[in-house]
Design a protein around this ligand. Sequence first.
Ligand SMILES: C[S@@+](CC[C@H](N)C(=O)[O-])C[C@H]1O[C@@H](n2cnc3c(N)ncnc32)[C@H](O)[C@@H]1O
Length: 355
Amino acid sequence: MSLNKIGRSKDCESTAKQRWKLLGKALINKGLRKNITSEVSVRRFSSYGLLTTKKNILLSPLSEDTENYSWFQYSSPSHKDFCITIRHLKQQFSPEELIGFNNTGNVCVWPSEEVLAHHCLTHRSIFREKTVCELGGGMTCLAGLAVACSSDATRVILTDGNDLSCKNIEVIVEKNKGTFINTPVDVRNVRWNEESSYIDLKDSVDVIICADCLFFDQYRSDLVDTIHCLLSSDGTAIIFAPCRNRTLEKFCQQAKSRFDVTIEDNYDPTVWSVFQQAKAKGKEVFDEDIHYPLKITLTKRGHPKISHHTSNRVHLDVNHSTEINGHTEVKQWDCTKGHSEIKHLNGGVQGNRVG
Ligand SMILES: C[S@@+](CC[C@H](N)C(=O)[O-])C[C@H]1O[C@@H](n2cnc3c(N)ncnc32)[C@H](O)[C@@H]1O
């Protein structure tokens, strides 16, 4: 069986394509339908190749027809100490099940999650002695697991709103508990639209991580509320998501009322390089609007942060000013064009946070 970098067979890919097509037809919500229909093409570009996966045939069931999961060994060519055993679900979802309570996290590990996991491994020191929570981590919470097994986090809380995802994450945590060393790892069903599912964590989380969760029109403001409730006053939320038909922009607009918001496009040289190569293949293969995750950082208003910029990073605001090496560039992220445009240049303005 031929596998791509994140462990899917070509057969699985075409099945997934059909599933998404079916779902697209079944959806009533116009905006979501547009998003999900676009998702079909995600299968054309499914991975940044940041992590390598190898099927664990000893753990996986012999009969793939009767069982609905497979185990994979995840490792990272650039972070040799990272190795984790992850269970993928292979559930056949009806369109109703997919949209019922969202099963999009049970279909695959999305590129944003892969990029977030890579980012967490690269910047593991930011989690030292911190309470970390992943929101909407899907069936693996891969990035949260990367934090748990590679950093000195005080505590890691892995969450999703889908019961099937949470059950799968519990199994994965049990399998990998030897690799977490001193970091307690909890799995919880946190639903952004149910305050009772997270209120006990109020103000207790130092770093929230989240990947590809901004396109749910009906839950977008709930997600902003959840992040605001969980985050400690000097905490940070690190979110990776593609522009996806302006849904990232809508999220940032809502978040700006309560957070300082920074958006970056060039946050990692490896990801940037793969992005440039993929883009050169043309929109049929790689559609920047749905395939390239931007990095969004949220901090609560009135709590300035020390920035960790490198010179090649570009900081984008959905609307207004950004700073690069002391120069302020006024850029506007154009989701339809899939890139930022410099609208104005000036000098002397300090600070890189926007809002
Ligand atoms: C596109 S998936 C992303 C999963 C994973 N982060 C990834 O990138 O592979 C979106 C996730 O958001 C979760 N989700 C959707 N609405 C939610 C809600 N109201 N509360 C909690 N989780 C929700 C879904 O269950 C799903 O796992």
